[in-house]
Design a protein around this ligand. Structure first.
Ligand code: ZN
Ligand code: CU
Length: 469
């Protein structure tokens, strides 16, 4: 007697190989059997007829800012509704722990932390709070480099000293002991812009024996993108840690096409070091609004403003016109604020998606009033737009980028594949109906086509997500 049987489904197992017809039998939290003779349906407490539907491993969102969302919105509708069963949190240098009590948290952290109750002195306390919230999805956590800097440095407008690096390394090791899987950086952000390469190499060295990953939002994604990639590769090589390049892109029209060069650099480097990338399938980005980012030009739409919430959804140009002030002054008056930036080319996005080490990560910001549609739409968009409409992937390949590949990159032995003995993280969906409905205008829309989502053998509603380390 099984707990769950999904019969006669078209199984795409996450490895990238061709689909086949079969019945998946779940006992407790694992896949206990897979039957390809489909005429008999085994006994089970719950039976789902999978005929005509795709059954694949649940998707792994490798780039999120869901650290606090796991605690305050544990049903994780933004992710479950598009078939995601595991998320990696703590990206771009931002994590809610370890924050020593004296650390002053700058405004830019408002993408992650809404109030003082959401900062934790120890990484173990953060993980305990998540566990107690019983989130619907599994989670892996990174330690933010900016968080470490805020904890040990009084001023962030310089590189860390030897003593400060040593202190940060202790906090990093403690956090990994508690369950973190590595270090993330956001070198383009003011908290980390003045750090130097040596600081990052030394921090990465401190975690290399524990098998830590270095996941990086590189120092510059516009004019300095190639140098940013080179720096990331150097850090990985010198410290002997695997590197994951976050949301790989080339910003600003005069840099379009630069991903050709970055991917060829990566292609050479991968022979000597462990590397991977992630991407979100949109050609506009979303982050905090600063004067410097406004100065890059391009179409900018306000996504969040604490002081002038009525401006959300308007373009920055319109805001300046309404306020009868300069663009710079408009930016100042909107603070703290976030925006959408239309600065990428579709060709670059597709080129990055096509590269064989590229995984899918949403990079969604769960607390934006009008978030980037990637928060709700990323995975369904890849399966509709980039499999059905502009087929750059077969369905098997697309699913591999979202399941088996991230499991392989992050060393998750029993996730990301449909195999006997693997954890039963599963999504059942219709390949003809699947579609992202989230748009820039109406971003909080669940995707169409997802029929059922299981995490560790239970329906996602049961909220049985676990820490993966
Ligand atoms: Zn980032
Ligand atoms: Cu990010």
């Amino acid at each position: 007697m099984f707990d769950l049987v999904i019969s006669n489904a078209t199984i795409i197992d996450g490895t990238g190989t061709d689909r086949y017809l079969g019945t998946v039998c779940v006992l407790d939290d694992k896949i206990a059997a897979i039957m390809t003779k489909t005429d008999v349906v085994p006994d089970a407490r719950q039976h789902i007829d999978g005929q005509g539907l795709i059954l694949s491993p649940g998707f792994i969102d490798v780039h999120t800012h869901d650290d606090i969302a796991l605690i305050v919105t544990p049903d994780m509708q933004t992710k479950v509704s598009q078939g995601v069963t595991s998320v990696i949190v703590g990206l771009c240098g931002y994590s809610p722990a370890p924050f020593l009590p004296n650390a002053q948290i700058p405004e830019e952290y408002s993408i992650l932390i809404q109030n003082d109750g959401q900062r934790f002195e120890r990484f173990s306390a953060f993980l305990k709070a998540v566990e107690e919230a019983r989130p619907a999805v599994n989670y892996l956590a990174l330690v933010g480099h900016s968080t470490l800097r805020l904890s040990v440095m009084e001023r962030l407008d310089r590189a860390a000293t030897k003593a400060e690096i040593a202190q940060m390394a202790v906090l990093l090791e403690e956090s990994m002991e508690a369950g973190a899987i590595g270090l993330s950086s956001g070198l383009a952000y003011s908290m980390a812009l003045q750090s130097d390469t040596r600081e990052l190499i030394e921090l990465c060295r401190a975690m290399s024996a524990r098998g830590g990953f270095y996941v990086t939002h590189i120092r510059n994604e516009a004019d300095g993108m190639i140098d940013g990639v080179k720096e990331a590769l150097t850090i990985g090589r010198e410290a002997e840690v695997p590197v994951v390049l976050s949301h790989h892109k080339a910003l600003c029209a005069h840099n379009h096409g630069a991903t050709k060069m970055s991917l060829s650099l990566i292609d050479k480097a991968r022979k000597q070091q462990k590397l991977a990338l992630d991407v979100y399938p949109y050609c506009f980005s979303s982050t905090s609004l600063t004067r410097e980012r406004a100065a890059r030009g391009g179409h900018i739409v306000i996504a969040r403003s604490e002081t002038l919430p009525q401006m959300v959804g308007k373009s920055l140009m319109d805001v300046a016109a309404i306020l009868k002030c300069s663009i710079e002054e408009a930016v100042d008056r909107l603070q703290p604020a976030g925006a959408l930036f239309y600065l990428m080319s579709e060709e670059d996005v597709q080129r990055v998606m096509h590269y064989d080490l590229t995984m899918i990560g949403s990079d969604g910001l769960p607390f934006d009033e009008r978030p980037h549609p990637r928060l709700w739409g990323t995975f369904a968009r890849v399966l509709s737009r980039y499999v059905r409409d502009i087929p750059i992937y077969s369905l098997e390949q697309a699913i591999h980028r979202m399941t088996g590949l991230p499991a392989q990159v992050f060393g998750l032995q029993e996730r990301g594949v449909i195999r006997q003995g693997a954890f039963a993280d599963l999504v059942l969906f219709c390949e003809d109906d699947i579609a992202d409905l989230a748009t820039a205008e109406h971003p909080a829309q669940p995707s169409a086509g997802i029929r059922a989502v299981f995490v560790n053998g239970k329906s996602a509603e049961a909220r049985c997500g676990r820490l993966i380390r």
